[in-house]
Design a protein around this ligand. Structure first.
Ligand SMILES: [Cu+2]
Length: 474
């Protein structure tokens, strides 16, 4: 059991253990006692058993709060509403990190982040979590889009499934995450990869975007507004941290110290930076990098190959952002201004340079890239940038590749973005919603197991190697 391993690990470190570690374990005991009730719970927690065994011995949340669990089963009246099923599998796997190593990931359905759920405000979500019999540890799922008893988020044991239903009442972006083994080791499970988002589209759709610039009218500077329709090209970016031991296991002491091993965006460090193919197209040499940080460079990386995000100039772009992690996110796009920030369907800011998200906080950023070029979306915390939080948007045709692509017979006429030739990464593209502009091509990219990658391919994601060959660059 992972939690037992964790406790053994922590125990082994006791001589060097910090005071706050002991306080944390005490705090977990208090939380457990508060949730489960009764002074005997507290005395049980004082015994020498591992935390996991103690929680099991107490029966967990489901048994103690069985009435609440029954109350929020799927017996609600769904007349007139769409019921959207959301099926996840809890799965521990090895996944790659930078430096040619792997780490002990925990996933929903073999990918980090887990699959994105997209529904419309007012829909009923029917969430089923299945834990395969060969999975070593129970898992739960807490969906922040719900407003139901936390009893629903209790541990699901290996070989079992659990289902709960709720109405997605509030529009926006909402985290979901493993709730650990009835809270125990929740930090380990989430920070090892068990997180994702639900996007709840507003019932009446998204607002049009109004961007203010200036123009000279009759010899004088005047404010000029440009209005963009609600339909937008959409991306999803989820920020988190990894805290790892040298062997690739979860390092709780590093987490308590906020001593980040890696900052990840959609599960990977520098997952969206230029690659060898773009190097070759722009510099004529696949080894001459066009961006300072290109650590996931090389087609042998397959679904882990880094790829920029391609947008058109003058196009309404909508970015769903969630801070899944343990550190603040100072979201900034170098060379741009965030034209609009919306949270919970409410305008928070327009024309701001940076917007901050705390842990488990989200926003929808609307932006229009006016000039062809490369723009790096960063967490404007230098430690985060240098440990992985740099994401490159390429707008329009800044490298003048249209002419050479036409000359080579690859395209017939100029294309408004490289997405038409190279596609956008599958893990950065959310499911289509009511105001989504379809991406021209979607290629295979993400922190997926090979099985999950094969499933994405069956859904239409094109392996990047194939695209590269098709346009004559590989
Ligand atoms: Cu879990």
């Amino acid at each position: 059991m992972h939690t037992s391993v964790l406790i053994i690990y922590v125990t082994a470190c006791i001589p060097a253990m910090k005071k706050h570690m002991l306080l944390t374990i005490a705090a977990v005991s208090v939380v457990g006692a508060a949730l489960l009730g009764g002074s005997h719970v507290q005395s049980q927690m004082d015994s020498g058993d591992s935390m996991y065994e103690q929680v099991r011995a107490m029966g967990g949340l489901n048994l103690v709060m069985s009435e609440a669990f029954a109350e929020t089963s799927c017996s609600m009246d769904t007349t007139g509403r769409s019921v959207v099923e959301f099926n996840l599998t809890g799965q521990s796997v090895e996944l790659p990190i930078m430096g040619g190593k792997t780490y002990q990931a925990m996933t929903f359905s073999g990918q980090v982040p887990g699959p994105t759920l997209r529904v419309t405000q007012g829909d009923v979500v029917k969430m089923t979590l299945t834990i395969p019999a060969d999975e070593g540890v129970p898992h739960g799922n807490d969906m922040h889009a719900s407003q139901i008893s936390s009893a629903n988020f209790g541990a699901v044991n290996p070989g079992e499934s659990a289902t709960y239903c709720y109405i997605a009442e509030v529009p926006g972006v909402f985290k979901y995450h493993c709730s650990g083994v009835d809270l125990a080791a929740m930090d380990q499970h989430v920070l090892s990869g068990m997180y994702g988002i639900a996007i709840v589209d507003p019932l009446n759709g998204y607002d049009e975007l109004v961007v203010e610039k200036t123009a000279v009218v009759n010899g004088a500077v005047a404010v000029q507004q440009t209005t963009y329709p609600p339909d937008a090209l959409e991306f999803q970016l989820q920020y988190n941290q990894l805290y790892l031991t040298d062997a690739g296991g979860y390092n709780m002491i590093a987490m308590l110290d906020h001593d980040t091993t890696a900052t990840v965006v959609n599960g990977m460090q520098y997952g969206y930076v230029p690659n060898a193919v773009l190097n070759k197209a722009v510099n004529g040499d696949e080894r001459r990098n066009i961006f300072v940080l290109q650590p996931w460079n090389g087609l042998d990386r397959k679904q882990y190959q880094s790829q920029p995000l391609y947008v058109e100039t003058g196009q309404h772009v909508r970015i769903f952002v969630e801070n899944q992690g343990n550190e603040p996110l100072f979201f900034h796009i170098v060379g741009e201004i965030l034209d609009r920030v919306v949270q919970g369907g409410v305008l928070q800011s327009k024309a701001t340079e940076t917007w901050m998200l705390g842990g488990s906080q989200n926003m929808i950023v609307d932006i229009v890239f006016d000039e062809p070029g490369t723009y790096a979306a960063v967490n404007h915390d230098y430690a985060a940038i240098y440990s992985g939080a740099a994401t490159v948007f390429v707008a329009g045709d800044p490298f003048g590749l249209n002419d050479s692509l036409i000359a080579a017979g690859i395209i017939d006429s100029p294309v408004p973005s490289y997405a038409y030739a190279l596609g956008n990464p599958s893990d950065a593209v959310p499911p289509m919603g009511m105001n989504s502009i379809a991406h021209p091509l979607i290629n295979l990219h993400g922190l997926y197991t090979d099985e999950a990658a094969a499933a994405k391919q069956r859904e239409g994601a094109i392996p990047f190697q194939n695209l590269c060959s098709a346009i004559g660059l590989c």
